[in-house]
Design a protein around this ligand. Structure first.
Ligand code: GDP
Ligand code: IMO
Ligand code: MG
Length: 433
């Protein structure tokens, strides 16, 4: 009998944008299947190879490898208009997603009126806004749990238009109660009607692509000895339960979500790779204990091109937060760490790392509920920089002693091995130990 495989996981340990897309692309030749299990087009996963940059939002980051199948799992939510645009761009770049992309019939649809509601709710929050990507994530997951949502498979049903119309009407009724000018509102520079027309046109995706019962397909594939990597979106600190609530996204972003987002049992999980930056970034509102407002913060932003892949917003930057990293490793059961973007600090003489928090005169080693309290501050330790260009390093032997020390220090304090070091955005700039 064929040996049954387990699903490996790769996910972000901070506030998103850790470099997940790049690493999934690097790992893809080792896997038969890459599957997204949560989130939606709020994600922006960047891949670089042959001098070209690609940003994916809904489609898994294995799509550029013809021999690997890419699955959008039931836990993902999809905006058909954005999806169509993403597919069109892939064809322009020479990929052929019709051959290697499958979509779960159970994945929920983000409709134009979900996007409208997202904007309405954010505007109503005023200065307390989440800083949502406004892709309709919150309202769509809300409708999913309220048992009102529409799913990919529904597009093929005779009553789809009727159900779509009912949901839209419901959303418009809700929006009416807010002080919000719906008629003037643009969705990605289009009026509601223009956006809706393109969205409807994109329902053809349901007939043109392979819609599957992905949980069955994935479990059958495991039985047949196939290797599967689950690709996370967002990051652990944006998780709806364990992130800095309410400044979070509306899905579980952690390893446990692979079970519900793909339909695999906990005993079918293999390795869990956790990706983190050598420092921290956050886009949108919410607590960020190690945030920098000085020249160091600006240098991290400039050197690291820290501007959102989905919204273009400048990312907030700060030092590496060890208690937060330890928390994320614990919640996800991370077996292997992947550090990215150390090269961004190549010209730093020194840098800091947060080792503990101080709260009400006490030192804390972990991330507390009180993360939202302004009185929680970081305790930092200074480290010597390496002042060396590491972007051409191809093995650990090429790395400067100060960076090796930083890597060892992290491994020891969080008690988890770092198995990959990324030294630049390109596929080739990756050291696998
Ligand atoms: P994701 O959402 O986790 O996939 O990350 P994003 O693509 O949103 O953001 C990561 C950014 O850093 C992208 O622009 C990547 O091309 C880039 N990147 C990834 N790894 C590295 C690295 O090791 N060094 C540098 N300088 N850039 C990197
Ligand atoms: P990737 O997969 C970084 C943030 C938003 C906002 C909050 C809620 O590229 O790492 P939402 O649109 O989900 O309602 O926004 O979460 N956010 C991300 N930040 N990377 C992401 O994805 C993100 N997806 C959502 O900025 O603060
Ligand atoms: Mg991103």
């Amino acid at each position: 009998m064929q040996k049954e495989n387990k699903v490996d996981i790769l996910l972000g340990l901070q506030w998103g944008d850790e470099g997940k897309g790049k690493i999934v692309d690097v790992f893809t030749p080792d896997y038969d299947i890459i599957a997204r299990f949560q989130g939606g087009p709020n994600a922006g996963h960047t891949l670089e190879f042959n001098g070209q940059k690609h940003v994916l939002h809904t489609i898994p980051s294995g799509i550029f490898h013809d021999n690997t199948l890419n699955i959008i799992g039931n836990g993902v939510i999809m905006d058909l208009k954005i999806m169509q645009q993403e597919l069109d761009e892939l064809y322009e770049k020479g990929a052929n997603p019709k051959n290697n992309l499958y979509i779960s019939k159970k994945c929920h649809l983000i409709t134009p009126s979900h996007r409208l509601l997202d904007a309405v709710y954010e505007a109503a929050k005023g200065k307390d806004k989440i800083g949502s990507t406004l892709k309709g994530i919150g309202p769509t997951y809300t409708d999913k749990t309220a048992r009102l949502g529409l799913r990919m498979g529904d597009v093929l049903m005779d009553n789809f238009q009727e159900r779509y119309g009912k949901l839209k009407l419901r959303h418009l009724e809700i929006a009416k109660d807010f002080d919000f000018d719906i008629s003037a509102h643009k969705i990605d520079n289009l009026s509601f009607d223009e956006y809706e027309a393109k969205w409807m046109e994109a329902t053809k995706i349901a007939t043109e692509y392979n819609l599957i019962d992905s949980e069955q397909f994935i479990n059958d594939s495991l039985k047949a000895g196939k290797t599967i990597l689950a690709e996370g979106a967002q990051g652990t600190l944006l998780d709806v339960d364990f992130g800095s609530y309410p400044f979070v996204t509306s899905s579980n972003t952690i390893s446990a979500a692979v079970c519900t987002g793909l339909g695999v049992a906990p005993n079918k999980i293999g390795k869990t790779y956790g990706v983190f930056k050598a420092y921290c970034t956050r886009v949108g509102s919410g607590p960020f204990p190690t945030e920098l407002f000085d020249d160091f913060g600006q240098r991290l932003r400039d050197n690291g091109h820290e501007y959102g892949s989905t919204t273009g917003r400048p990312r907030r930057c700060g030092w590496l937060d060890i208690p937060a990293l330890r928390y994320s490793i614990m919640i996800n059961g991370v077996t292997d760490l992947i550090i990215t973007k150390a090269d961004v600090m190549d010209d730093f003489d020194s840098f800091d790392v947060c080792t503990q928090y101080e709260y009400n005169g006490k030192k804390l080693d972990y991330m507390p509920y009180e993360i939202l309290d302004e009185k929680l501050g970081p305790i930092v330790e200074s480290k010597k920089g390496w002042n060396t260009d590491i972007t051409k390093a191809s093995s650990m032997d090429d790395l400067p002693a100060e960076l090796i020390d930083y890597i060892k220090y992290i491994e020891e304090t969080v008690e988890c091995p770092i198995s990959v070091v990324s030294v630049g955005p390109d596929r080739s700039q990756t050291i696998i130990r």
